[in-house]
Write a protein that binds this ligand. Sequence first.
Ligand SMILES: [Cu+2]
Length: 197
Amino acid sequence: MARNASIAPKGSMNRNLALGAAVIAVGLAIAVFVAKPGSRPVTPANPAPAVTLPAAAIAAVANPVAAAPATGGLQARETAFDFGSISMAAGKVTHRFWFRNESGSEVLIRKIYTSCMCTTATFVKGMKVINSYGMPGHGPLPAVNESLKPGEAAYIDAVFDPAAHGPAGLGPTQRVVTIESDGSRPLELNFAANVRP
Ligand SMILES: [Cu+2]
């Protein structure tokens, strides 16, 4: 009798503890998800967010700066650069544009292209050259199909050949490298130069 009395409450206590822990875990998960800026509201009854939550929550904790801007997507350290006065005779010039996935989810880069045939864009991710891209219509433009994880950075080396247009290319000039992706607005990287002989 004493044995039964002591075992029964212990079992129900364990069940209560387990239930309590589960309630706290779900509560915390919802709190973290709701606290993250830019998150869509979620119904607690839907079990699906529990699967997608960890990545977003980890990204928010590991990189508070990345979670701050509400715009999300790909963000460049600078979107415009001026080479200043450059010499056609001195040949090509290069500028490195760094950018980062500032959103809480993966961004798939579909296309990278330049606004003119005198400019190429070399895409480098994780210390690896993915490919070089030019102007649409000037030779085949390969698809990119590379994704950036939340918080992951990469860069474009924009290479400008001031001699490509011959004497017609002298004077002030502007070019654009565009990055198109799923999960972000197109990112435009601009540069200017004043071409001298
Ligand atoms: Cu050009």
